[in-house]
Write a protein that binds this ligand. Structure first.
Ligand code: SAH
Ligand code: MG
Length: 232
């Protein structure tokens, strides 16, 4: 046939090996279009400078993704493990809409207090409950409200394996598991670190029970679907 031999650039070997083209400038430009902050989101996002909280919230594009996931799945009942200042909680709750209910778990009283104020400023205090206490205890108490449509993990990484088991038991069929930092800050394959081992058990657990993938955000965002027809 003698068709054209020049191929348009598509996924290239470098990106398949992990090269990233999302430079800070590119990411900032895109966030300005796709992940713009209104006042409640920017106040929650800036809780590090405003309230001295750690700067460990999800990135704007990841927050927008969480909100879209909640919308796409029509989630009405969701659990978040790890609230911080409520930045990701605002995204999730907005994605669920007015009929949605989010329980978000936090063990640091200062973080919970800042989050409650940010959620109230976003007029989401009726839809979002911040539960102060160790997530393991809160999750046990929340079983009374199961089954859930969506669970988002973003707290202590050394317990992700147990949180995943809880999620599987307490999500409905068709429910969605999301988990941040599943590359474990680059230490996932570290043989010495017990938290890395827990994260590897988490992956084994999720891959065995959910239809799943890891979205290659900078530190990996796991997406799992609870389905009886898990396909390889
Ligand atoms: N999801 C938030 C960021 C969460 S940061 C966002 O993207 O906006 C992780 C939070 O989990 C911290 O606030 C930390 O205090 C909390 N945390 C850590 N271990 C916990 C535990 N065992 N139980 C409850 N909260 C915990
Ligand atoms: Mg995180």
């Amino acid at each position: 046939m003698g068709g054209p031999t020049i191929l348009a650039p598509m996924a290239d070997p470098r990106s398949r090996e992990g090269a990233r083209y999302g430079t800070p400038e590119v990411v900032a430009w895109l966030d300005g279009l796709h992940a713009r902050h209104d006042t409640p989101l920017s106040e929650a996002f800036e809780a590090d400078t405003r309230h001295g909280l750690p700067s460990i919230q999800v990135a704007p594009s990841e927050g927008a993704l969480l909100g879209l996931m909640a919308r796409l799945t029509g989630a009405k009942r969701a659990v978040e493990v790890g609230t911080l200042a409520g930045y990701s909680a605002i995204h999730l709750a907005r994605g669920m809409g007015e009929g949605g209910r989010l329980w978000t778990l936090e063990n640091d009283p200062k973080h919970a207090e800042v989050a409650r104020a940010n959620l109230a400023a976003a007029q989401l205090d009726a839809q979002v409950e911040v539960r102060l206490g160790d997530a393991t205890d809160s999750l046990t108490a929340l079983e009374a409200h199961a089954p859930f449509d969506l669970v988002f993990l973003d707290a202590d990484k050394g317990r992700y394996d147990r949180y995943a088991a809880w999620a599987f038991a307490n999500l409905r069929e068709g429910g969605v598991l999301l988990a941040d930092n599943v590359y474990f800050f680059g230490r996932l394959l570290d043989e010495e670190d017990p938290d890395a081992a827990a994260m590897r058990r988490f992956h084994t657990e999720v891959a065995g029970r959910f239809a799943s993938t890891v979205i290659p955000t900078p530190d990996g965002l796991l997406l799992g679907l609870k389905t009886p027809a898990k396909t390889p």
